[in-house]
Design a protein around this ligand. Sequence first.
Ligand SMILES: NC(=O)c1ccc[n+]([C@@H]2O[C@H](COP(=O)([O-])OP(=O)(O)OC[C@H]3O[C@@H](n4cnc5c(N)ncnc54)[C@H](O)[C@@H]3O)[C@@H](O)[C@H]2O)c1
Length: 440
Amino acid sequence: MNHKKSIQAADGKLGILIPGLGAVSTTFIAGTLAARKGTGHPIGSITQMGKIRLGKRTENRNPAINDFVPLASLKDLVFGGWDITPDNAYEAAMNAGVLDKELLTDLKDELEAIKPMTAVFDHKYVKNLDGEHIKHEKTKMDYANALMADIAKFKEVNGCNRLVMVWCASTEIYVEQQEMHQNLLQFEKALENNHSAIAPSMIYAYAAIKSGVPFVNGAPNLSCDMPAIVDLANELKVPIAGKDFKTGQTLMKTILGPGLKTRLIGIDGWFSTNILGNRDGKVLDDADSFKTKEVSKLSVLESILEADLYPELYKDMYHKVRINYYPPKGDDKESWDNIDIFGWLGYKMQIKVNFLCKDSILAAPVVLDLALFMDLAHRAQMKGIQEWLSFYFKSPQTMQGLQPIHDIFLQKIKLENTLRHLMGETLIHHLGLDYYEEEQ
Ligand SMILES: NC(=O)c1ccc[n+]([C@@H]2O[C@H](COP(=O)([O-])OP(=O)(O)OC[C@H]3O[C@@H](n4cnc5c(N)ncnc54)[C@H](O)[C@@H]3O)[C@@H](O)[C@H]2O)c1
């Protein structure tokens, strides 16, 4: 019998702190405010709309997830963040051009009150951006301390009981882990010495965890994905999760990929191309930022298809991902996938997917769910990497030496079973025991 875990109540306000007040974060904030007012539906959010089956199928118990686990209520959320431009959330949302003007006008007062704090930014890490609304300190440790002061002040001024931080800032250039990323003491020394391989996203992650604030990395940057920061999170009992929100084309890939694999359909090649015209697209137009994204996007299929177990089906698959900046598209990304597959006796077939998606519309519910689930994890004394939230990421962060799970359906089972485990419910393995004794 599984026992219910002890979980601190979700009393008081939860502050959601966001580095990067851009398209994703303002779509998330405005949408959450609209849902709270009852003027919009939080579609796509598991915490707001999801149900979970409990017990045997015959019991017919399918409570709403937010009735089953103690999550912070939307009415208790407070939003804050940092950006390299001083635009408030209303101006930033208008510039992003994702949501309708009428919807934003209706929320204008609340959005205007969300003004970004000055950012920790280094142009070297995001070559296609520049901004003046930034901090000026001597060492990277000083920057971390300045962020910690921001966090403490935000908590006090807004009367928050708890905080979470979700990185929604631009994708940084590709950084390989170095020796100082392996060890906390060396990493802290490197912060003092302004080591060139410490990117701003790592400084935010360090500052959040040091402040006891759960940290989520929504971009593919290394950020908290290194032993030094994982050790810090474990030591201070703070949950962390990443990387790179799973939306758009990769979401489709992790839906289609497991489907083809499960019927043992072979794949010769999978060519994915995208055009998008928002600022994210502009940042990714830089080869070094694209490299970070490419690594994240490419890893997905390898793990789903398990070419080492099924070499005759997947060993020679050619996988290519392209992103092209095309301003007229704005946030309305268009992606094409050409999938060359083969079936019985090797006969060839093709699948073409043309997805006209809105990236930030797909990302907003992911931000909301991650913020609420990370707060739950913290109150349930869960620490370190939260692999059960892999469901939301392109490139799930795992314990060192473990292969991430990319199959979205396995990820969902893991998420739901974690919730059942927390609440003392029987885990569901979908095994039809009814043939033998009684139905599961
Ligand atoms: N939209 C999606 O579906 C999706 C999916 C996966 C990942 N992401 C990632 O989420 C992030 C945000 O995407 P977006 O479309 O909102 O981009 P965006 O360009 O609209 O917003 C990013 C914001 O971050 C700010 N910024 C950059 N560096 C910063 C720093 N060091 N500190 C504070 N602010 C900083 C920029 O000024 C900008 O306002 C990107 O890294 C993107 O790759 C987005």
